[in-house]
Design a protein around this ligand. Structure first.
Ligand code: NAI
Length: 289
């Protein structure tokens, strides 16, 4: 089955790598030619590194790389059996893309969104055939993270969630089916977690590096909350926080912070822009306290 991916940023490129490694021909679409170029280079580098480390046969790595084709016209999705969208976290933009995608894909093509926080029902509602619409939510970086949330909307046809779960499993992932509620499982739990970490920082209880250190060294977390927010990107993370807060009818448990908002407004998106809670401009990673 050929798979189309819309958006070749951090998530789209990662998802393209996962499904290409699983044997699917992939069409990776983006409006931004530089993003497509970065994704191609990134996928090639990742897969060849795995081959160098002996974790992947080098012929398999080259075959997976060859399966990913980039495109700047949605027409490339004309023979796709599944299209997964991973573009900017804005409802109107996602809805518009799916309207265009539906005009080119076969009637049998399943449509999926990788949204972190928007309602699957609201994106499906923009489609002519909302019964073939579902959420497939990967985590960053998609090739490494095992968990995938599979989220049927109220409009999704019976059986599609189980079929999608089996497909995701065939990619070597651990899917979990969950209800279409704001943030699903992980991003719902993550909002108060990040929020409380930022409150600790704002109250001067400790600095970001100390809080991160405590949670990784003593709490057993792989990354502390500040390093993780910088890794996700404050553009993505702020939008998700705002969206979950709004979707929960402004429940204060999910309230965004001004600290987070200012980083977003300043374009301090974290690792991807060189500055966030930490400074990465000299190639530094997370500093120790
Ligand atoms: P990103 O900013 O790295 O990439 C988004 C890409 O979409 C860019 O290359 C941009 O040029 C492209 N794009 C934007 N509008 C487009 C359009 N109309 N048509 C085609 N391409 C378009 O963003 P990232 O981090 O990959 O996130 C994408 C989606 O995945 C968002 O919905 C986000 O909430 C979700 N997500 C993000 C995670 C993360 O940790 N970054 C984790 C899981 C989901």
């Amino acid at each position: 089955m050929t798979i189309g991916i819309i958006g070749s940023g951090a998530m789209g490129a990662g998802i393209a790598q996962v499904v290409a490694q699983a044997g699917h021909p992939v069409f990776l679409f983006d409006l931004n030619a530089a993003a497509l170029q970065r994704a191609t280079v990134g996928i090639g580098t990742n897969l060849r590194k795995l081959a160098e480390k002996g974790k992947l046969d080098s012929a398999d790595a080259e075959a997976a790389i060859a399966r990913v084709r980039t495109c700047s016209e949605l027409q490339c999705f004309a023979a796709c059996g599944l299209v997964i969208e991973a573009i900017v976290e804005e409802l109107g933009v996602k809805q518009a893309v799916f309207r265009d995608v539906e005009a080119v894909v076969p009637a049998s093509c399943v449509l999926a969104t990788n949204t972190s926080s928007l309602s699957i029902a609201s994106i499906a509602a923009a489609c002519q055939r909302p019964e073939r619409f579902i959420g497939i939510h990967f985590f960053n970086p998609a090739p490494l993270m095992q968990l995938v949330e599979v989220i049927p909307a109220v409009q999704t046809r019976a059986g599609l969630a189980d079929e999608t779960k089996a497909l995701v499993q065939s990619w070597g992932k651990l899917p979990v089916v969950c209800k279409d509620t704001p943030g699903f499982i992980v991003n719902r739990i993550a909002r108060p977690y990040y929020g409380e970490a930022i409150r600790l920082l704002e109250e001067g209880v400790a600095d970001a590096a100390t809080i991160d250190w405590a949670l990784t060294e003593l709490g057993g977390f792989r990354m502390g909350p500040f390093a993780l927010m910088d890794f996700i990107g404050h553009d993505v993370n702020y939008r998700v926080t705002e969206s979950v807060f709004t979707a929960f009818f402004f429940d204060p448990r999910f309230k965004p912070s001004f600290t987070q908002k200012r980083l977003f407004e300043a374009g301090y998106y974290g690792r991807k822009s060189g500055r966030g809670f930490y400074d990465y401009r000299d190639g530094a990673t997370t500093p120790e306290p």
